[in-house]
Design a protein around this ligand. Structure first.
Ligand code: FES
Length: 328
């Protein structure tokens, strides 16, 4: 039976296979040590991977949701990153063990779509590959996958995708490092905003900006994206302005100041108030909490406009008002 820690909703899994998938990209196949079924997931889901020294990172599952006995993640080693990808490459070895969360999904395929356009930038292909597995098993959705990468050596899963996705639906765009020679995302999305069509994209920062700009005229509920890195934000005087603010715990009335160099999550934890965090970068929604009053400066990449009316993320949200009342 899978070693399942109910309190933290984590599993201890066995690393059955590590494979080279592309330049600096390795995939990791994780299974139950005894071969048992794993908790199910839906296309677009991710798991938290618990690394040494308490580091936790999120990685999308890239295999088929119909696979009930394995989770597959793929990780691009990023020498300039926060260290998570290097730690995965160094710590996860065949026959080793790793603790992961049960899958969560902030990037689900919408129900009832007639057409789906998947646009992947580099390692952002991982959640979209899982979606392609699901879409390849349905007859009633027209779909296409565009995969943008520098060159074929930098693209992961090319053989698997060619076997999975019909030739006319799969488009590789290799730009040799010059985005002007790659996919014209604006042209692709210019005329596609039609009822029943949904677009999904995931990739590095410049690619995400290009997709956001190109889909700006689409209905917001037809556009879906997932960031794997928090976008760089220009720090403006306005960002720094209110600096310190106060949070109030609605159930007790306790008020706590949040200094400019601490997150709300930091302050709550220091006060002994149990809150869960994972990515600590506004990417995963683990720390999503309802707020009851106050004006929030949302800085996450995960809550949509509706969610933002009622929820904030404790790890990155700040306040525009002096006081935020949290439903805790
Ligand atoms: S911990 Fe991931 S969004 Fe806050």
């Amino acid at each position: 039976m899978t070693a399942f820690n109910q309190a933290a909703a984590t599993l201890e899994l066995f690393v059955r296979q590590v494979r080279y998938e592309g330049r600096n990209i390795q995939s990791y196949e994780l299974v139950d040590p005894e071969g048992a079924e794993l908790p199910p997931f839906t296309a677009g889901a991710h798991i938290d991977v618990h690394l040494a020294n308490g580091v936790i990172r999120q990685y999308s599952l890239c295999n088929s949701p119909a696979d009930r006995h394995r989770y597959v993640i793929a990780v691009l080693r990023d020498e300039k990153g926060r260290g998570g990808s290097k730690a995965v490459h160094e710590q996860l070895q065949v026959q080793g063990r790793v603790r992961v969360s049960v899958p969560r999904n902030n990037f689900e395929l919408a129900q009832g779509a007639r057409k789906v356009i998947l646009i992947a930038g580099g390692i952002g292909v991982t959640p979209l590959k899982s979606m392609a597995h699901q879409l390849a098993n349905t007859d009633d959705v027209d779909y296409e996958l565009h995969y943008c990468a520098r060159d074929a050596q930098c693209a992961a899963f090319t053989d698997e995708l060619q076997a999975l996705v019909e030739r006319e639906r799969l488009h590789f765009h290799f730009d040799g490092g010059d985005p002007a020679r790659g996919l014209d995302i604006a042209a692709l999305l210019r005329d596609e905003a039609q009822d029943g069509t949904h677009v999904y994209y995931c990739g590095p920062a410049g690619f995400m900006r290009a997709c956001a700009d190109a889909s700006g005229h689409w209905p917001s509920d037809a556009v879906h994206c997932e960031h794997f890195k928090a976008p760089e934000r220009a720090i403006t005087p306005a960002d720094r302005k209110p600096g310190e603010f106060t949070v109030e715990i609605a159930s007790t009335g306790q008020r706590l100041p949040v200094p400019i160099d601490k997150s709300i999550a930091d302050v709550l934890k220091a006060a002994g108030i149990g809150v869960q965090t994972s990515c600590e970068a506004g990417l995963c929604a683990t720390c999503k909490v309802r707020y009851l009053s106050g004006e929030v400066e949302h800085q996450d990449c995960i809550l949509d406009a509706d969610d933002q009316q009622n929820f904030l993320t404790l790890c990155v949200s700040r306040a525009k008002s002096e006081l935020l009342v949290l439903d805790l």
